[in-house]
Design a protein around this ligand. Structure first.
Ligand SMILES: [Zn+2]
Length: 128
């Protein structure tokens, strides 16, 4: 897939960035990287990746985002707490900008991540 700028907001192309996580070439070493790759999966409507990176106790059984009428604009990481390659828990605070029903919206969330057997998973998030 050729996408010039990766939707996660990095300066890399999609194939140099989140695609490597989406196709399991690489695993995300930090909670922030996982967060970015999950946002990117929302943009590209890759529900399978979202489910595979969701912590088992909070993972929904089904996730259908194919009919989502949201147009994702950008992800802005505000702050990260722990979540580095040597941690096993982390929090990422971020803003997501999107257009819904013709209006630009901002969602502010603090997501929690846990690492199990060397892989980061999204646990849950608090929307503020
Ligand atoms: Zn990316």
């Amino acid at each position: 897939m050729t996408i010039e700028n990766c939707p996660c907001g990095s300066t890399l192309t999609y194939s140099q960035c989140c695609e490597l996580f989406h196709n399991e070439t690489n695993i995300a070493l930090t909670a922030e990287k996982l967060m970015r790759s999950r946002y990117c999966a929302y943009v590209l409507k890759n529900a399978e990746y979202l489910l595979s990176t969701w912590y088992k106790s909070t993972r929904p059984e089904h996730l259908d985002i194919s009919q989502d009428n949201v147009v994702w604009q950008k992800l802005e990481i505000v702050h990260t707490k722990k979540g580095s390659a040597k941690d096993d828990k982390g929090r990422v605070e971020f803003n997501v900008f999107y257009i819904q029903d013709g209006e630009i919206q901002v969602m502010h969330e603090i997501s929690r991540f846990k690492k199990v057997a060397g892989r980061w998973f999204y646990v849950d998030g608090v929307v503020e």
